[in-house]
Design a protein around this ligand. Structure first.
Ligand code: GDP
Ligand code: MG
Length: 368
């Protein structure tokens, strides 16, 4: 019996040598689903074998975490030092930073944790350099900064390394729900016409992945690769933009060229060393994290409109409780909400209620 690694290689090779066309697409879809299943299994085994956390154990802190991902020597450490109080070693030679160095950026009332990481290189997702470890830290970030400098602008390589590791940048999770059952076979429902993959292929892929009994609801015209993303368990969806550093070294025309080459990416040009463009960078970071502001109103008193609580978009009353005090979630009786998320001013809500920007919130807890 071939090892899991051998099976993965064999399937990868078969996908590679099979040309994708109308006649082969069903077969390729099945192979991709099989590959995803094997890789899932491999990861589970590796996780069991290691018996511990990732190689870089970075304590999360602040309202959100931002990972700086880039090749060596593009200026990641210089940037961290420029926008936080951290002091990460800066070096003229490659691979100066061997650890993950955290710093806190305070901006518009939010505390944003920034992680300076060792540089990654092509092949990082397959373990080159300390690629795997760096990528595992990036997975846990709320925003990824793809950092390049004016000399090394190969953003696609960075993005591909993250893609291979299951990180989807600037994408939404496909709108598909798979509910496993114990019997009854496969029940497939799609609310839109599927033009990129046939119903038979979807069914074959779901089965190939190991779901023999399941309800599958598809609400989007998805591709084979997107279906694989739904099946695989390790996918994360993270916003990202490009930070182009060292613009002090080139002229305007050169910059235009770089920006043209990277069309399709949001690019923020800076000079970390000369501290140029850093205000715009902070603003872009803050906006990309999509914070919302919640004004707390103690019961029977006025709301504190000066210092909002900063939480992530999509936060619930329960998540706000967690941010305030570790016992609030258990002790809450109910909450009242005024603002965009409320059906009427002062609506009485529970832990699952989703909040909106600038809501006013009162949390009523049991005493004792
Ligand atoms: N000219 C210029 N040099 C920079 C800039 N930012 C960083 N550097 C230099 O680039 C080299 C690598 O910087 P470092 O922050 O260690 O890069 P890292 O490996 O990505 O962390 C150092 O010599 C820095 O002084 C910049 O904005 N302009
Ligand atoms: Mg560094």
């Amino acid at each position: 019996m071939a090892t899991i690694e051998e099976q993965i290689l064999a399937v990868e090779e078969e996908i590679h040598k099979t040309q994708y066309n109308k006649h082969t697409q069903h077969h390729i879809g099945k192979l991709k689903a099989k590959l995803a299943r094997l890789k899932d299994e491999q990861e589970k085994r590796q996780a069991r074998g290691k018996g511990g956390g990732p190689a870089y154990a970075v304590r999360k802190s602040g309202n959100a975490t931002v990972g700086i991902v880039g090749f060596p020597s593009v200026g990641k450490s210089t940037l961290l030092n420029a926008i936080t109080a951290a002091t990460s070693e800066v070096g003229a030679y490659d691979f100066t930073t061997l650890e993950v160095i955290p710093g806190i950026l305070e901006y518009r009332g939010a505390k944003i944790q920034i992680l300076d990481m060792p540089g990654i290189i092509r092949g990082a997702s397959k373990g080159r350099g300390r690629g795997r470890e760096v990528i595992s830290v990036a997975r846990g970030s709320d925003l990824v900064l793809l950092m390049i400098d004016v000399f090394e602008t190969n953003v696609p390589v960075l993005a591909e390394e993250l893609y291979s590791a299951g990180i989807r940048l600037n994408q939404r999770p496909p709108d598909v729900v798979i509910k496993k059952r114990t019997r009854g076979g496969l029940n497939l429902n799609s609310t839109v016409p599927l033009t990129k993959v046939s119903v038979e292929t979807v069914e074959a892929m779901v089965r190939e992945f190991g779901h023999l009994n399941a309800d599958v609801v598809i609400r989007q015209d998805l591709t084979q690769d997107e279906l694989v993303d739904v099946l695989a368990t390790n996918r994360v969806y993270i916003p990202a933009f490009v930070v182009l550093n060292k613009i002090d070294l080139v002229g305007r025309d050169y910059l235009r060229e770089v920006e043209k080459r990277l069309a399709g990416w949001r690019i923020v040009p800076i000079s970390a060393e000369k501290k140029e463009g850093l205000d715009r960078l902070k603003e872009e970071v803050y906006r990309s994290l999509r914070f919302i502001r919640i004004y707390m109103k103690p019961q029977g008193k006025e709301a504190d409109l000066k210092e909002p609580l900063i939480v992530k978009q999509g936060s619930t009353v329960g998540m706000v409780c967690d941010a305030l005090h570790r016992e609030f979630r258990e002790k809450i009786r109910y909450a009242n909400v005024w603002g965009k998320s409320a059906t009427h001013p002062g609506q009485r809500v529970g832990l699952e209620h989703g909040l909106a920007d600038e809501d006013i919130l009162t949390i009523v807890v049991r005493r004792g």
